[in-house]
Design a protein around this ligand. Sequence first.
Ligand code: NAP
Length: 312
Amino acid sequence: MNDEVRNVIIIGSGAAGLTAAIYNARADLEPLVFEGEQPGGQLTITTDVENYPGFPDGIMGPDMMDAFRKQAQKFGAETHFKHVTKVDFSERPFKVWVGDELYKSHAVIVATGATAKTLKLENEDELMGYGVSACATCDGFFFKDQEVIVVGGGDSAMEEGTYLTKFAKKVYIAHRRDELRASKIMADRAKKNEKIEFLWNTEVVGLHGHRDNGGLKSVTLLDNEKDETSEMEIDGLFYAIGHKPNTEIFEGMLDMDEKGYLITKPDNSYTNIEGVFACGDVQDSVYRQAVTAAGSGCKAAIDAERWLAEQE
Ligand code: NAP
């Protein structure tokens, strides 16, 4: 057991967590960052980031996150490729476990982000990255002149479907209902695109193919109105069925909305527990951008710094 009590532990290392680390490190708080299962967060599974201000020629997502990490380390942040498995915020100092290693801290910043949802179909793990993807911007490029299917009926499905028409010769959008959830403007754009065909009342219920033999080859579709299944040859499948916030370990401790996103006070990063702050996608289901995550990481770091100063 480690008896040292840190000033700040930051859980998560995407744009929000690492920005918080830069700010807290520059304030001499020597933050300890647990990078989690996907160091660098969702930006490490994207390619070109073209909308982050200051990079007129774009920057690769993984390169951007390496630069964030270096910047945090330069000012004294300690970063570990470790995944937090349990927390106890019921008394101070707060307790954070990585397996059976216990760490204590006066303040905690939660920046655990969100993960793309998938259907958890039988072959999915084997085919992920081999025809099956949850990120059109990362993998669309590999489907030049091929046929792909996008699953979902929200804004993400419209955006990803439209984006994929830059590469693919045909894009199917399979939606489980006959009415889209997407906003009218995004839906209209997709509907007008000649390369896009909508498959209504359609669920993907099977994935076929082998990782070592060309990846995804076909999918089984269920027409849930007629209750009929059919096989469709396809080169790629993209999930766009929403994201799940990574908040399981905070259940029962931090206030969450009905989808599991952490609730922060309006206009700041305070959670329901004094001394625990949240930033980035874990508390934002709407904007979900690198720049908004970074901005909220900055807010959380400043909130934590001021709160710590008040405690002394
Ligand atoms: P979403 O709005 O929650 O939509 C998810 C879609 O996936 C829904 O159509 C849903 O079907 C479908 N779905 C969910 N679980 C499914 C399952 N198990 N099987 C089959 N289909 C399933 O998620 P999102 O599209 O990722 O958007 C999230 C938020 O980001 C929204 O607020 C959206 O407006 C925003 N966003 C904005 C933009 C933009 O403005 N540029 C782009 C992307 C996202 P049902 O409709 O039947 O529930």
